[in-house]
Design a protein around this ligand. Structure first.
Ligand SMILES: NC(=O)C1=CN([C@@H]2O[C@H](COP(=O)(O)OP(=O)(O)OC[C@H]3O[C@@H](n4cnc5c(N)ncnc54)[C@H](OP(=O)(O)O)[C@@H]3O)[C@@H](O)[C@H]2O)C=CC1
Ligand SMILES: CC(C)(CO)C(=O)C(=O)O
Length: 333
């Protein structure tokens, strides 16, 4: 099976890189700056458990030319959600009709959008539960535990066999909407992490930040219940318990829950990466989805709406260094 990673950044270079290290046929399609880095240093991958693999530049086939999609049987789509439409245009233009697309993106709507934009093509939803940090010099590091989950089917079964028990192993699911909503509830931490300006571990250690996330999750869970959507358990705890766990006192949360999740010091959320790179964030596809769900139900989502506003302000140069007490006051009053 020939794989192309479209949008090779943190997730694409890690997942595609691990599969390359296993001898799979992977071509990376991405931006010139990432291509220059990989062509200079190769790929140097590692994870929180001490696993590592290095590939010289000639083993990591990287191009900035989307025409390379023509050879792929499967395209792993790893652009941010804002880039899905443009990526679909490139897939339609260059890829074979039979080439399947697997979305490894956060948010609940990417696979459906791809199905609308690429009629007749097999599109599978996927979900990455772990953090990948780009450390520079061709290094990408998986900083938290977990397995990628992909919609079940013949193609994903083949990918699962190919990925084996590697750090980029796959599990399959027959209920991806529940998985994607379960992940979105967890991703409500992304905005708080980005607004804190702190690494994930340091941010999660402070109850003030966790209270804001817990409030955003409680609001989302209430709306999901009303909409008849049951989010799946994606991390260590069922979605319904997450706000309770996050609101726990520091001594309990830090000693038990944070340690069990194996978050390492390098990890930060993909939204913090967007702030650091000066790019627009995925806020409309995360907290913004909760606001949109509230509107569909004729309700309001004041906590998530406020967080969306703060992220939009930060994207335009506003504050990205909120202290926990300041953020809690600003969002929760
Ligand atoms: N990073 C993480 O730890 C996690 C990320 N995710 C999710 O995974 C998805 C990917 O995130 P991540 O890997 O962090 O993102 P990155 O920004 O690191 O990587 C995406 C790359 O794709 C490039 N790109 C965008 N459009 C195209 C295109 N049409 N052709 C070629 N290259 C393109 C981007 O360039 P440019 O910036 O110039 O647009 C960027 O270099 C997101 O939905 C994210 O939320 C999920 C779990 C964890
Ligand atoms: C893994 C997690 C939840 C946090 O890093 C994430 O999805 C992200 O950064 O977007």
């Amino acid at each position: 099976m020939r794989i192309a990673v479209l949008g090779a950044g943190s997730i694409g270079c890690f997942v595609g890189g691990v599969w390359t290290a296993r001898g799979c046929d992977v071509t990376f399609v991405g931006r010139r700056r990432v291509m220059d880095e990989v062509r200079a240093h190769g790929l140097r991958l590692s994870d929180y458990a001490g696993w590592s693999a290095s590939m010289p530049p000639e083993q990591a086939r990287f191009t900035a030319d989307p025409a390379a999609l023509a050879h792929a049987d499967v395209i792993l789509l790893t652009v941010k959600s804002n880039g899905t439409e443009a990526a679909a245009t490139e897939i339609a233009r260059h890829a074979k009709k039979e080439a399947a697309v697997v979305s490894l993106q956060n948010g609940v709507g990417n696979a459906d959008l791809l199905r609308r934009l690429l009629p007749g093509r097999t599109v599978l939803a996927g979900m990455v539960p772990y953090n990948v940090a780009h450390l520079g010099g061709g290094r990408w590091h998986k900083g938290t535990a977990g397995q990628v989950i992909v919609e079940e089917g013949e193609i994903s079964a083949g990918l699962k066999r190919m990925a084996g028990d590697s750090p980029a192993a796959l599990a399959l699911s027959g209920d991806m909407p529940a998985i994607l909503w379960g992940k979105l509830v967890i991703n409500l931490n992304n905005a708080v992490n980005a607004l804190s300006g702190k690494p994930l571990l340091a941010q999660l250690r402070e109850r003030g930040y966790r209270r804001v996330v817990a409030a955003a999750q409680r609001e989302a869970l209430g709306l999901l219940k009303e909409a008849g959507i049951k989010p799946a358990k994606v991390g260590a705890l069922p979605s319904s318990l997450l706000p309770h766990a996050l609101a726990a006192p520091d001594w309990l949360f830090n000693a038990l829950l944070l340690r069990a999740h194996k978050v390492d010091a390098n990890a930060r959320t993909s939204m913090a990466d967007d702030f650091a790179a000066g790019r627009p964030t995925e806020i409309d596809h995360l907290n913004g989805e909760v606001v949109a769900l509230a509107e569909r139900l004729g309700r309001t989502a004041p906590v998530n709406r406020r967080i969306v506003a703060l992220v939009r302000a930060a994207e335009k140069g506003g504050r990205r260094d909120w202290r926990a007490d300041e953020l809690a006051k600003e969002v929760l009053g």
